[in-house]
Design a protein around this ligand. Structure first.
Ligand SMILES: Cc1cc2nc3c(=O)[nH]c(=O)nc-3n(C[C@H](O)[C@H](O)[C@H](O)COP(=O)(O)OP(=O)(O)OC[C@H]3O[C@@H](n4cnc5c(N)ncnc54)[C@H](O)[C@@H]3O)c2cc1C
Length: 282
């Protein structure tokens, strides 16, 4: 069973990491890049498939050379090998040009049984790349997946999915393999057998060691390796141009802040008095 997991780098939007200029524009150069948080669920689903059916898990990303670190982060969740699709011709791609490039990378690997992608990224947030890549590969697609099992003998995947993302409405669907799976942030793996839990632990230990030497497990392809015409990828191949990114105005601070220093006894006792009812659960 061969699974490919797609992952993208996004700005680290956590407090204290992200940097905005005085006009509220994101300063990408000053903001670290991390693996898209939603992609961890796609990696976990691929790990579950490997635990139960063996085989290989490959993580793939299209982006600048720095995305090698994004793939290292993906390998800490789980990956046997890594593929970075990177060169200048691929830069500033919209989701369509990204899908063309990713599907060519997947086809160069061969015909994987399962391709996984995250629900959406923390920056572009379109959620379009997965479905477009599935279309390019002509794979059946299941979105909003919260649980799944593979029937290797029947070459079918059975999945529980949220109907229109609604946690109260769940349907079970089946698809022949190969198939494209988009995991929902509500996705959870299931390991009912002790043997599977042991196997999972063993694989997790191995992948964390492997991630320390992630470059030894990484293949980098440029557009020539993928036999891609530069006119169809990157900015040239993008029907959508992101004309501008307007910062979302900050919500006015509703909370009042009172500064109290530890040596201010009166102030500290007022703080204790205010917090006591909450601590005592009144
Ligand atoms: C603020 C902003 C707005 C944008 N708006 C648009 C727009 O309206 N239309 C448009 O076409 N482009 C848009 N883009 C460009 C778009 O971000 C890129 O094309 C990007 O590569 C894919 O789109 P996404 O970030 O929305 O990812 P999504 O489609 O939300 O990603 C879903 C999943 O696809 C996989 N994936 C996505 N990108 C990659 C990648 N590079 N490598 C590997 N896996 C990947 C991941 O598993 C991810 O979880 C925007 C970019 C920004 C920063």
């Amino acid at each position: 069973m061969h699974s490919v997991v797609l992952t993208k780098g996004v700005p680290d939007f956590r407090e204290g990491q992200v940097s905005f200029d005085e006009d509220g524009h994101l300063e990408r150069g000053k903001t670290p890049t991390v693996m898209n948080p939603n992609d961890q669920f796609a990696l976990r689903a691929a790990l579950q498939t490997k635990v139960k059916h063996g085989g290989q898990v490959s993580a793939m990303s299209m982006g600048p050379p720095g995305y090698g670190d994004v793939l290292r982060e993906a390998m800490t969740v789980y990956a046997d090998d890594l593929y970075l699709l990177s060169d200048r011709e691929m830069a500033a791609a919209d989701t369509w040009a990204t899908a063309i490039t990713l599907s060519s990378g997947i086809e160069k690997i061969g015909e994987p049984d399962l391709v996984f992608a995250g629900f959406k990224t923390a920056d572009g947030e379109t959620g379009q790349t997965g479905p477009q890549t599935a279309w390019c590969l002509d794979y059946p697609i299941i979105t909003h997946v919260i649980a799944m099992e593979v029937d290797e003998a029947e070459r079918r995947v059975r999945a529980k999915r949220l109907v229109e993302g609604d946690v109260d409405e769940i349907e079970t669907v089946e698809s022949p393999l190969p198939a494209f799976i988009i995991t929902d942030p509500e996705y959870e793996s299931s390991y009912r057998k002790a043997t599977h839990r042991l196997r999972r632990k063993q694989l997790k230990d191995e992948t964390e060691v492997r991630a320390e030497e992630h470059e030894d497990h990484m293949t980098t392809w440029d557009h020539a390796d993928l036999n891609l015409d530069p006119d169809y990828i990157g900015l040239d191949g993008s029907p959508t141009i992101v004309s501008s990114v307007d910062p979302i105005p900050k919500a006015p601070a509703e909370r009042e802040a009172t500064m109290v220093t530890p040596d201010d006894e009166e102030g500290m006792s007022e703080v204790l008095e205010t917090m006591q009812p909450f601590a005592a659960g009144d």
